[in-house]
Design a binder for this molecule. Structure first.
Ligand code: NDP
Ligand code: AKG
Length: 451
């Protein structure tokens, strides 16, 4: 199958969406052997159908700040694919949000959700609203206005949003309250809810913990463990915090943490006490990561220029790297630094954190690498279990959800290995994840006819 022609067609039809093309090109490259071997996917126009969202909802969000000034933002929901279940995926609040970013994220979510083994379709949404520096009241008013439009298009059997960058438990609370009031309905319409009002235990921890469970499986495959290894982590939000927590629990050394202004290098390692400080700083005080260096003399702060072609965080010698901030945060130069320093494993907490050039450097080197759609799937998987608990009207114990998460991550790891080995690709986790996810969704689409 001529994938170059397909990408050219996508570009023509969707101008100015480079991040979306990047995500599509990466998947098409991986699944080429599947498309070449089995003509049914071409016959059923599966690629053309997969890259076209079922629908994109775009709406005005008007809100008032604490001084009474009126602001207008744009809200979106990309309902990508419903072959496997209701649309499912997070909401992002960040000034960079646009259709390009949300389509890339929703496209990735299609394959990720398929890998979880839970009946979940794919979607993503959000707004170009900047939550930084806003008061709780401003966040609440924004969330209420956002939901006053979104509520028409979502529902527990239709589309179940959750959090992502800039949308955490506070925002999910305000969004849920607004939906409940508008619909007069208490339902599992969102996940990541508080554990007293329909939330699942372990959902907060799930993405970061799941990432490290996946990495443990990768290392076990090589008869290795994480114990004593020096680990680079980027980000200081939900995914980074719980990746760091699990790394500490595994007896390993997380030595970095970052935000969009810069990073901390703590060569004595981040420990439980320091992590509690990070959680308070980021989740309650909503401060900047440089404050870590004022609190702990072992932490050295480096400011980072977001427009530079490299980030010195990735120029620190370590055994493992877990990028947990955002897309394209690891560039070609960074990848070369990691390889030159002998990095052994890179597992993605963020969605698509490597640029295509960085990915090529890593794939040509002797590095164990796995993509976010496999490694960060623990979050949406536990969201799926939150939906199940809501349907059943029950709460499962911490132990139960925790062991389900470990088992789901083990199974995703196995699916990647099995799919890669079916096409003689060894332990190519990128190919394995894309192939396994693709086949499941594509076969379901074929079974459901031309819809
Ligand atoms: N939450 C979840 O369950 C899941 C999240 N993910 C992915 O993980 C990543 C992190 O999400 P999450 O932890 O939830 O988000 P949070 O908003 O909790 O944290 C994001 C972190 O990344 C930093 N960051 C954001 N944008 C940039 C940037 N342009 N450059 C450098 N740093 C940046 C933020 O710093 P600052 O505060 O300065 O902006 C913050 O430290 C995203 O890619 C998300 O899509 C994937 C699966 C599930
Ligand atoms: O929990 C969810 O529904 C979504 C999580 C998410 O946004 C992601 O996996 O990228």
């Amino acid at each position: 199958m001529d994938t170059d022609n397909i990408v050219a067609g996508i570009k023509k039809r969707n101008p100015h969406q480079p991040t979306f093309y990047q995500a599509v090109a990466e998947v098409l490259d991986s699944i080429k052997p599947v498309l070449d071997k089995d003509g049914q996917y071409k016959e059923h126009k599966i690629i053309e159908r997969l890259v076209e969202p079922d629908r994109i909802i775009s709406f005005k969000v008007t809100w008032q700040d604490d001084d009474g000034e009126i602001h207008v933002n744009r809200g979106y929901r990309v309902q990508m694919n419903s072959a496997l279940g209701p649309y499912k995926g997070g909401l992002r609040y960040d000034p960079s949000v646009n259709q390009d970013i949300l389509k890339f994220l929703a496209f990735e979510q299609t394959f990720k959700n398929a890998l979880t083994g839970i009946p979940l379709g794919s979607g993503k949404g959000g707004s170009d609203f900047n939550p930084k520096g806003k008061s709780d009241d401003e966040i609440m008013r924004f969330c209420q206005s956002f939901m006053s439009e979104l509520y028409r298009y979502i529902g527990p059997d239709v589309d179940v949003p959750a959090g992502d960058i800039g949308v955490g438990s506070r925002e999910i609370g305000y969004l849920f309250g607004a939906y409940k009031k508008l619909k007069n309905e208490f339902s599992g319409v969102l996940t990541g809810k508080g554990v007293n009002w329909g939330g699942s235990l372990i959902r907060t921890e799930a993405t970061g913990y799941g990432l490290i469970f996946f990495a443990l499986n990768m290392l076990a495959e090589q008869n290795e463990s994480l114990k004593g290894k020096k680990c680079l982590v980027s980000g200081a939000g939900n995914v980074a915090q719980y990746a760091i927590e699990k790394i500490i629990q595994e007896g390993s050394m997380p030595v970095t943490v970052s935000d969009s202004d810069g990073f901390i290098y703590d060569d004595e390692s981040i420990n439980e006490e320091k992590l509690e400080f990070i959680k308070r700083l980021k989740n309650e005080q909503r401060g900047r990561i440089k404050e870590y260096a004022d609190e702990f003399s072992s932490g050295e702060y480096t400011e980072v220029d977001g427009n530079s072609d490299s980030n010195p965080l990735w120029d620190i010698e370590a055994d493992c790297a877990f990028p947990c901030a955002t897309q394209n945060e690891v560039q070609e130069k960074d990848a070369r630094h990691l390889v030159d320093h002998g990095i052994q494993l890179i597992a993605e907490g963020a969605n698509m954190p490597l640029t295509p050039e960085a990915l090529e450097v890593i794939r040509n080197a002797d590095v164990l690498y796995a993509p976010g759609k496999a490694t960060n799937a623990g979050g949406v998987a536990i969201s799926g279990l939150e939906m199940t608990q809501n349907k059943m009207g029950v709460y499962w114990s911490r132990d139960r959800v925790s062991s389900e998460l470990q088992e789901i991550m083990r199974e995703i790891h196995e699916k990647c290995i099995e799919a890669a080995s079916e096409y003689d690709l060894g332990t190519d986790y990128l190919a394995g994840a894309n192939i396994a996810g693709f086949k499941k969704v594509a076969q379901s689409m074929i079974a459901q006819g031309v819809v």
